[in-house]
Design a binder for this molecule. Sequence first.
Ligand code: TA6
Length: 296
Amino acid sequence: PTVSAKHGIIEASLPSGESVAVYLYGATVTSWKANGQEQLFLSQKTHLDGSKPIRGGIPLVFPVFGPPPQNHVTSPLPQHGFARNSTWEFLGKSSSEAGKGDLAVKLDFGLSHTMLSEEFRKAWPYEFGLVYSVTLTKGALRTSLQVTNEGKENFEFQVLMHTYLSVEDISNIRVKNLESKTYIDKTRNATSHTESSPALAITGETDRVYQGLDPATPIIVSSASDDQPLFSITREALTDIVVWNPWIEKAKGMADFGPDEAYQNMICVEAGSVSSWQTLEAGDSWEGGQSIKSRL
Ligand code: TA6
């Protein structure tokens, strides 16, 4: 495996044609190629200069998902918290055997309270350490986050990996294994519903938080035309899945989302722990992650 670091971008590749690129800004994965083909969506109008969170790839949401609640310790933070708009450090890479003679290359990134901007440190005054690992193997990408409470008081957090998957045509994909699950529909005043479809089609703005899923049951993004799985996502310790597509109007309304019709080429399937709060006691650590397999 080769790894290169320049201009705040860490890249790694495997002889089998897999590659990954990670911006130190937000530790945001911006590219994952399997078999030489890009698997993630990245808006053509995304900022990449740190002026705004990257629109695409896998933005990292921590310590709060969505707009922070009122009268809460996270209230002063921006939407989705500070992890995706802070500059992380590259801690290093390691290579290992991934079985069947395949290689794995793991890139580690770190963010701690001492590295935060004054604004963010004041807004969320806890002593913490984050280690984000991005592991590339043949046909799969794993991202996992370890959260450590380095202070003397407990804190609570939410975490989510805001994965933008690249699809050829949104009308030809289905999302499977959500049937009978409870979800909060943010396009219908955050009301609670039960999923009735074994294969969810995306036919308009979709913004749903599916709750309490078995992390080992893969969420499948499949092709409707041949019922083949395109992506299969399993998780560890992340029991919620957010399904989001902005559709026509919201896509037009985001200045950094382009071209406007690109809503047809992406689906966000986001592994997280967001429907409640994880409490981390002083000195304790928590870890959670996702593994995305690509059919290609
Ligand atoms: O993915 C779910 C969501 O919370 C949507 O409601 C939408 O706001 C999306 O995240 C993008 O948020 P962002 O802050 O990146 O524009």
